[in-house]
Design a protein around this ligand. Sequence first.
Ligand code: G3I
Length: 462
Amino acid sequence: MRAGKRTWAAAAGLAALAALPAGAGPATAERVQTAQEAPVQRFQLAPGRTRSFLVRPPRPAGRLEVRALAVGCRGGGRLSVRPPRGARRVINVSVPRRWTRVLMPLPEGRHRLRLRFVAPRGGPRCKVVLRGRPRPLGRSVKLGAAARSDRISDPRYVRTLVRNFDSLTPENEMKMFLLQPRRGRFDFKPAEALVRLARRNRMAVRGHTLVYGSQLPEWVEYPRKPWTRKALLAVMRRHITKVVRHFRGRVSQWDVVNEAIDGDGRYIRNVWFRAIGPSYVEHAFRAARKADPDADLFLNDNSTETTESPKSRAVYRLVRRLEHRGVPIDGVGLQNHTDTEAYPRRRSLVASMNRFARLGLRVELTEMDVLTNPRLDRAGQLRKQALAFTAAEQACRAVAACGRITTWGFTDNTTWRRPKDRPLLFDRHYREKPSFQALARGVGLPSAARHSRRATRASAGR
Ligand code: G3I
């Protein structure tokens, strides 16, 4: 018992723990102080008993982060924390032993939070530690990651993904070469596998990407006779309509057009541009809006993390033009593929994001990864990489229009870069890196590090 207590006290980062009260907790409401991190609530729950707390969110309104740690209920069972109305998710955790968290957007006022331990009658009591802390609304940055369908049979991969990220972007599975490999023949299977995984774990999905000049099926890229404008426009519209309708209600955001502009600020001469002309961008957005009026529509591009380059200026002008023409665009994705030497600094990112925000658009960092410098020792590499992620996190938090940072993959063994470049947040053994800790501090996942550390330990022990 003693050893057990030490383990979970250490896991929770609590220096001193008073003895747990004996017996089942009364089903009365208690008050959770939320002006700052709430005092730790410790109690026991007998199977089938419910315990309520009254919580008061920050003013004028905000999110309350509630974390619960269930320990010592090894007989099996589930601890559920049912938040008040409007909360994003219900904590429902298999006991024993994990810290789990829920972020609840709460309007002003007092709210009742209910905890229930569901286990066979006569089973062990569950010791619970509860903490809460408020986060101002609109300041929390979500964290997403690109994922690959061919890796989801690996439990370590899935565990790391679903525990630490709020959203998922299929890395290749929604590109045209996979979705419509032959004209009129759609294959949704690999993309579906990822969308279902996301939904099972209450993660949002960013659709990537409807119109892109790369990773096209051969029948589009190398037609027997050159495309006419009319024919290729029809192909593009049909593809968008079919795909967006298929995922309607399940994909909340689309990269409608990906990488339209080259380094000199000109349109990339891809097949869409060559046959349709620059208006392909506008037509793509209109078709996407028609197919799902509720999805957020993004233009996604690289090298827009500064305001100064010819490319960045051209992307800005394109977006402004789209806005003026009433094209339905909701946001701009800044990919932010970078490295430890030249990574965009906070100030530059803020300036670029604000420029789009002033047009009334949302912004996100959509494909971030940071190559490390092989000339540095490992500690130096990791430290510099963490600085690059910190700059991104601080910039995103400083700009109200920035809602999310997505990394392009999440473990160094499944990156589109060379694994030895170590560009991501977890190493090839799924251990979190300093970059993850740097990012997690700002994106409201303080417990995530603990989750993953423990998950890594558990898998290493196997
Ligand atoms: O589909 C074939 C498969 O049949 C074959 O067996 C296998 C053998 O290598 O290759 C598979 O194709 C790979 C494809 O990804 C799908 O997995 C290609 O080799 C590989 O080069 C391709 O790379 C992708 C790259 O886009 C292509 O440009 C990366 O995984 C993907 O991360 C990357 O993503 C892009 C974003 O979409 C847009 N922004 C830049 C970013 C990085 O390039």
